[in-house]
Every structure is written in structure tokens, then in C-alpha cells.
Design a protein. Structure first.
Length: 130
């Protein structure tokens, strides 16, 4: 196994609130790179966004007591992943569960994945501040 080049893919992403007696609104996202700011906006045109979950729990149960939407990309990655969470009007910490699948890749693919992340980091570090 030491000679196998591995990348990873998200195969399961779940979120749940910390307490069923609280009203909660939260967005949880998984990125390929560390984010300098955390927002609740979900934008899948962002090439670093791997997954997003929107969680809403209303304890009054008027219309929809619980609503969860989870979307994840089928993209492979080779580096660390970063999880962010942003609460809405009713904010609370969130619990999450992520399952990853190991994906054997050839050395050229692995290098391409690593260079893509490195290139993006170099570009963002050299970009002038707005």
C-alpha cells in the first residue's frame, strides 16, 4: 500500500443541530482550501467548494419542523479539507459527519491535484489587496 498514490472523494456528508429544543439556521461548507472569510452564501462556481449543507430546525414546528439540504461534488482531492459553519438568525454550533473514499490515482494525476492547489495558493498570496 505504500506505493499507492491516493486521492479522496466525499461520499457522505451529514449535519445535525446540537439540541432538538433549539431553533437553528446554519450553513456548513467543505472547501479544498482554508477560507479567509466565512459566509452563509453557497456558490458552486467556487472551484474550492466541495460540499454544502443548509440546516433549518424550527422548534415551534409550525410549517416545517426540520429541513436539511446537502449537496456534494464528486471531485477528488489530495490535500486537507476545511469545514466552515455560518449561523443565520437562529445560530448554534453544528455537528457534522463526513465519509471519505480513498481513490487510487496515478502519480501524474496526484501531481496535477497538488499543483492545482499550490498554484491557486500562490495566485491568492500575490494578488493585490482590494
Amino acid at each position: 500500500r505504500s506505493n499507492v498514490n491516493l486521492a479522496y472523494r466525499i461520499i457522505k456528508f451529514q449535519v445535525i443541530g446540537p439540541d432538538e429544543s433549539e431553533t437553528v439556521e446554519s450553513t456548513v461548507k467543505i472547501y479544498k482550501t482554508e477560507q479567509s472569510s466565512i459566509t452563509g452564501a453557497i456558490d458552486f462556481t467556487d472551484v474550492d467548494l466541495l460540499a454544502a449543507a443548509l440546516y433549518q430546525q424550527n422548534v415551534t414546528g409550525q410549517s416545517y419542523p426540520l429541513d436539511v439540504a446537502v449537496i456534494f461534488d464528486n471531485e477528488i482531492f489530495s490535500q486537507n479539507i476545511y469545514v466552515s459553519q455560518k449561523g443565520g438568525a437562529a445560530s448554534a454550533n453544528m455537528n457534522y459527519y463526513i465519509e471519505l473514499e480513498e481513490v487510487p490515482v496515478n502519480s501524474a494525476t496526484l501531481m496535477q491535484l497538488k499543483l492545482g492547489v499550490a498554484r491557486k495558493l500562490n495566485l491568492s498570496e500575490s494578488a493585490p489587496d482590494a
